[in-house]
Design a protein around this ligand. Structure first.
Ligand SMILES: NC(=O)c1ccc[n+]([C@@H]2O[C@H](COP(=O)([O-])OP(=O)(O)OC[C@H]3O[C@@H](n4cnc5c(N)ncnc54)[C@H](O)[C@@H]3O)[C@@H](O)[C@H]2O)c1
Length: 275
């Protein structure tokens, strides 16, 4: 945990959707935004109050308002943005750090998914970005020259079999981000996705074989896996004015994993095994 602040978000307001507990990427992002002097609200589903530690996070972020809302419900989002406007005013940034797949939780094979759950995965993990932005615009809650960041994973581009329907959801999320990025550019608003390394969080650890994937990515990434705190530090740069011309991008924050073929160390080990 770093305590240096560069004041990168001084004078800015924003909402972070998806912090649950101290492991969550959204938790670290909320704290980093607070540290960089932004005024924030945090949002999650109602059950997160009981299952998570968001009241604690609110205290750590100077009493940040907690907005309870299912981000896949247009009605709840409409109410949520009214609440945000009352408590915080218009915002300069929105962070989407939301994902959920019952098919992954129940370890159903990709060839035999439950389609109601598949639809729910797409709705909660991808369409929610569309719905959040749609309601933010309808309620005139988003300032010009703002920034929107959603968290994604390289499973959108490459197949990791246990990532299942979430790979499809992430591909849709990244596409929605580009589609909005084009439309909101007229107002100087950027929309990007950050493709993060495997990270040990509630959502991450729910994936079968996650620990092996984590270790493989860590070994292959020239800089090693990026952790949640490093992710938060990267995200605040994208929310700041330092990145005004970055939009419609899927930005890898993964220690180089997305560009590596095979590392010398792994190749040497495999060669030794086959001797
Ligand atoms: N952990 C990883 O390895 C990893 C890697 C790359 C990207 N990501 C992405 O980062 C984001 C955050 O995940 P995390 O790993 O911090 O796990 P997490 O479980 O801490 O966060 C996921 C959040 O989504 C929330 N959520 C679920 N359904 C919701 C709904 N209907 N409305 C609003 N919120 C809802 C959960 O309550 C939870 O707070 C996700 O988009 C995830 O796919 C995670």
């Amino acid at each position: 945990m770093i305590d240096t602040s560069y004041g990168l978000l001084k004078g800015k307001k924003g909402i972070v959707f998806g912090p649950l507990n101290t492991q969550s990427l959204g938790w670290h992002i909320a704290q980093a935004c607070h540290r960089e002097k932004a005024e924030i609200a945090i949002s999650n589903v109602k059950v997160a109050l009981r299952l998570g530690e968001i009241e604690e996070l609110s205290k750590l972020c100077n009493g940040a308002p907690i907005i309870l809302c299912d981000a896949s419900s247009m009605d709840q989002l409409e109410t949520a943005f009214k609440e945000v406007k009352n408590k915080l005013g218009k915002v300069d940034f929105i962070v989407h750090s939301i994902a959920m797949s019952r098919n992954i939780r129940k370890q159903l094979p990709y060839e035999d998914l439950n389609y109601d759950w598949f639809t729910k995965t797409l709705d909660v993990s991808a369409l929610s970005l569309h719905k959040i932005l749609s309601q933010a615009l309808k309620s005139n809650s988003l300032n010009d020259r703002g920034s929107v960041v959603a968290l994604t994973f390289i499973g959108a581009q490459r197949t990791f079999s246990d990532y299942s329907d979430m790979g499809d959801a992430k591909a849709l999320l990244e596409s929605i981000s580009r589609s909005y990025g084009y439309r909101l550019a007229k107002r100087g608003i950027r929309v990007n996705t950050v493709s993060q390394s495997p990270t040990k969080t509630a959502a991450g650890s729910g994936i079968e074989g996650f620990d092996s994937l984590f270790d493989l990515a860590d070994e292959l990434s020239p800089l090693g896996n990026a952790d949640a705190e490093e992710c938060a530090q990267y995200v605040v740069t994208l929310l700041s004015d330092l990145t005004r011309k970055v939009t419609m991008q899927n930005l890898y924050h993964d220690g180089g994993f997305s560009s590596i073929g095979i590392s010398d160390e792994l190749l040497a080990r495999l060669s030794k095994q086959s001797e």
